[in-house]
Ligand binder design. Structure first.
Ligand code: A2P
Length: 280
């Protein structure tokens, strides 16, 4: 598995298994299948309600803890110095581990600075090996990264072949911050998985559009965390390190960018009300 070096020297796998929308009762089995298929990065969140299943699978796997990279995220309603600190301890308990490899602020609302101070403290105490943010768009990311003490090491964004996040790349670079892609397969939509160009490029290498889409992200040094509940598709999605896309393939795929920053309506009050009300 190829790795990416974070700004603090921590190594992170370039491809992982994401458990957004994996039901809590099936999470342990899915993560077990993913670990058996060779995944060593698991991405969960407090808000997904399935950290316990991730922890169960990791514990039962018998794989040494240091060989698995666990990412989780603090939900908005847990922001605040004390609340965040307490929620980190609760995540550790559910994950059944004494450290989290990467901890992210899930969304850019509520008191992000107070939450971050608690994350910095957990980082300094060795409860967390790296800290970062998620869904922080360019202006918000700059404001945040500029004023915090420890700079975010990762920003996890909606990123795939139709939503390429080119606009924020150089700003992330200024802070030595790596990008992680959620919805790397467009959440299963035809825009990615049935795209004729991805199909055509894939035929040259005997790969599916999904594999081309994931390879393209990792060749941009972006960590991808595809979700699948199906063992064959899990195996397919990790089988992307035996071929390389050419410079010309990369340039052609760059033309598929339709909505650079993604399709979430972060300036729509209805969406925001939904988001802050979603998990309490
Ligand atoms: P399933 O769980 O049935 O495999 P994303 O990671 O962008 O959120 O996309 C996840 C969606 O894509 C899920 O609906 C998943 O369905 C589907 N999916 C995952 N891998 C593949 C693949 N290799 N080919 C087709 N669909 C896939």
């Amino acid at each position: 598995m190829e790795k990416l070096l974070l700004s603090n020297g921590v190594e992170m796998p370039l491809l992982g298994y994401g458990v957004f929308l994996v039901e809590p009762h099936e999470c342990c089995e899915c993560v077990t299948n993913a670990l058996n298929a060779g995944y060593r990065l698991i991405d969960t969140a407090q808000a997904y309600g399935n950290e316990q299943g991730v922890g169960d699978a990791v514990r039962k796997s018998g794989i040494p803890r240091q060989d698995i990279f666990i990412t989780t995220k603090v939900w908005i309603s847990n922001y605040g110095e004390q609340k965040t600190a307490q929620s980190i301890d609760e995540s550790l308990r559910r994950l059944q581990t004494d450290y989290i490899d990467l901890l992210l602020l899930h969304q850019a609302y509520n008191d992000v600075f107070a939450a971050w101070r608690a994350m910095e403290k957990a980082y300094r105490a060795g409860k967390v090996r790296a800290i970062g943010v998620s869904n922080f768009q360019l202006g918000r990311f700059f404001d945040f990264a500029h004023y915090v003490d420890i700079k975010p090491m990762v920003n996890q964004l909606q990123c795939n072949t139709t939503m390429q996040q080119r606009g924020i790349e150089s700003m992330l670079g200024e802070f030595d911050c790596r990008m992680m892609a959620w919805a790397p397969l467009g959440q299963g939509g035809d825009d990615v998985l049935a795209n004729p160009l991805l199909k055509k490029i894939g035929e040259k290498y005997d790969k599916t559009p999904a594999q081309v889409a994931l390879r393209w992200l990792t060749q941009r040094n972006i960590v991808a965390i595809p979700k699948s509940s199906n063992v064959e598709r899990m195996k397919q999605n990790i089988n992307i390190f035996d071929f390389s896309l050419s410079d010309d393939d990369m340039l052609q795929i760059a033309t598929l960018n339709q909505m650079d920053v993604g399709n979430r309506q972060y300036s729509d009050p209805a969406f925001l009300k939904y988001l802050v009300g979603r998990f309490g």
